[in-house]
Design a protein around this ligand. Structure first.
Ligand code: F6P
Length: 524
């Protein structure tokens, strides 16, 4: 049986970590003039520079051996071919089929799912064209101007992140609002100034049972009916649904023909390529949505065909394994130096931490090595004025992914020059530390802090699709090496159950802190 820590490579990596613990990354550059050329790769409109890591050729070779020991090549093929690799839920994992632009058959239980996917894409295309052209009319005959997506987790973060990232492509007559939290402050703020006659709600929920989304959808429906003082029949022109639970959506009041289907072989955090991405197609148009799918598809093909030592997702994953399992990194920072990507860190939090925040392996055995890091981040240059002090002089070891895009607002070149020089300066400062090694201790920056730099050709649908797929596959590779199931999320179900019990159970059944707080909040 596969056991990560029994692998020869694991032992070698532990020895290499010990042997190189006092190395300085800058010395690698001095010894290897071609380091940048050797340790930077590109694919699908992305450029990855991973040379500012404390990684030698020996370390990389041992990391690649870990990947091969984990049968990574076979695992990749199993995922793309529809094997039920999500063992605890008995499901295939096929977000890749959603962007399978060469339409090669993909079988689930013997059925080719590509016709289902193409039919769903046609539904998205028809509907987004109707709304964007103004031919979809509300019950008073007005076209739609406001689109409110109601959903949470993967039914919110993906669409909202992409719509903000691709703001330059947004339809000029449409505004997009995303409601996710159960805190009524969010939906009240969203609806405050909207004209219900021009507003369309998308209720996005794969299960159609998530408490936050149910409550928000009911409040939205009540807001709408109160505003139009008429019976339910009007809701059909102003509410559509995205779900795998068609009966529940119909019971809520969405007309069957306005329900966009989802399937159980698409995980929530991997679902923006499906009809969960409806807000994206409405925002940027169906053709640009397809370009996003094409960018991801190109990265998928790279991932499936390119040797691991040249493979962007594999390299990013292995560098993470080196930091997490051999350099004791507890967190991974993501700093997009591209303001439209301001939701990307939050999106990657769910994608990474909900996938690999696990502590038992695929056989249910407790594991004794670290798995997913705490993913966090903020756009640059703002982060420099918030937490870069800790990054430069704190006691924590935090690997960083810098993300930027080459074609950046050329007409405002002063801004993009300042943005990009800040990004490069910070990456260099993390590596070099203080120039004066004898600086007074309160001024001294130790340096030797690793970072990757990822550059997009431009922040357009195709490159963004490739970037998201890059991280999806990085996380998949790490899950394979850690021998965990990256596609279930049983931990989240516990919180949901306790929230329901909290209001049903006799207060006395709780601990004194919970009882005391229930009373404070008039819940007990
Ligand atoms: O966070 C748990 C989770 O199940 C996520 O995986 C999912 O994206 C989110 O809740 C919302 O679930 P649903 O789309 O079923 O409402």
């Amino acid at each position: 049986m596969y056991n990560l820590k029994d692998a020869r490579a694991w032992c070698e990596l532990e020895q290499l970590a010990e042997r190189h613990k006092n190395d300085r990354i800058i010395d690698y550059f001095n010894q290897q003039p071609d380091r940048f050329d050797r340790m930077s790769k590109q694919a699908a409109g992305l450029f990855l520079d991973y040379s500012k890591n404390k990684i030698t050729a020996e370390v990389l070779s041992a990391l690649l051996e870990l990947a091969n020991n984990a049968q990574l090549k076979a695992k990749i093929e199993q995922m793309f071919s529809g094997e039920k690799i999500n063992q605890t839920e008995g499901r295939a994992v096929l977000h890749t089929a959603l962007r399978n632009r060469n339409n090669k058959p993909v079988l689930v239980d013997g059925q080719n799912i590509m016709p289902l996917i193409n039919e769903s894409l046609q539904h998205i295309e028809r509907f987004s064209e109707q709304v964007r052209s103004g031919s979809w009319l509300g019950y008073t005959g007005k076209p739609i101007k406001n689109i409110v997506n109601i959903g949470i987790g993967g039914s919110d973060l993906g669409p909202s992140m992409v719509c903000d990232a691709l703001y330059d492509y947004q339809h000029p007559n449409l505004q997009f609002l995303f409601v996710s939290s159960v805190d009524s402050a969010q939906i009240n703020k969203a609806l405050r100034y909207l004209d219900h006659r021009e507003t369309l709600f998308i209720v996005s929920s794969k299960s159609f049972t998530t408490l936050e989304t149910q409550l928000n959808a009911e409040s939205a429906k009540q807001w709408f009916l109160d505003a139009c003082q008429s019976a339910d029949q009007e809701i059909s022109k102003h509410f559509v649904a995205v779900t795998a639970n068609l009966d529940a959506a119909e019971k809520f009041g969405v007309a069957r023909q306005n329900i966009f289907q989802l399937w159980d072989w698409v995980g929530g955090r991997f679902s923006l390529w499906s009809s969960i991405g409806l807000p994206i197609a409405l925002c940027i148009g169906y053709q640009k949505f397809v370009e996003m799918l094409e960018g991801a598809h190109e990265l998928d093909q790279h991932f499936q065909t390119v040797p691991f030592e040249e493979n962007l997702p594999v390299l990013l994953a292995l560098i993470g394994i080196w930091h997490i399992n051999f350099q004791a990194a507890d967190s991974q920072a993501v700093f997009p130096y591209d303001q439209p990507l301001h939701i990307l860190p939050a999106f990657l939090q769910q994608l990474d931490m909900e996938s690999n925040g696990k502590s038992v392996d695929i056989h249910g055995e407790k594991i004794d090595y670290a798995t997913a890091p705490i993913v966090w981040g903020q756009t640059g240059s703002n982060g420099q004025h918030a937490f870069f002090q800790l990054m430069h002089q704190g006691t924590r070891f935090v690997p960083v992914d810098f993300i930027g895009s080459l074609a950046k607002d050329s007409q405002n070149s002063k801004h993009s020059r300042a943005l990009h020089t800040n990004m490069l300066a910070q990456a260099e400062a993390f590596m070099l530390g203080s120039e004066n090694r004898l600086a007074a201790s309160h001024q001294y920056c130790a340096g030797n802090k690793p970072s990757n730099t990822i550059l997009l050709d431009s922040l357009d649908p195709k490159s963004l699709g490739a970037l998201i797929a890059l991280y999806e596959h990085k996380i998949f590779v790490q899950g394979v090496i850690w021998n965990i199931n990256s596609f279930d999320q049983w931990g989240v179900q516990l919180g949901k159950k306790l929230a329901v019990k909290m209001v049903q159970q006799n207060p006395a059944d709780h601990d004194s802190s919970t009882v005391g707080l229930l009373k404070k909040l008039n819940l007990g």
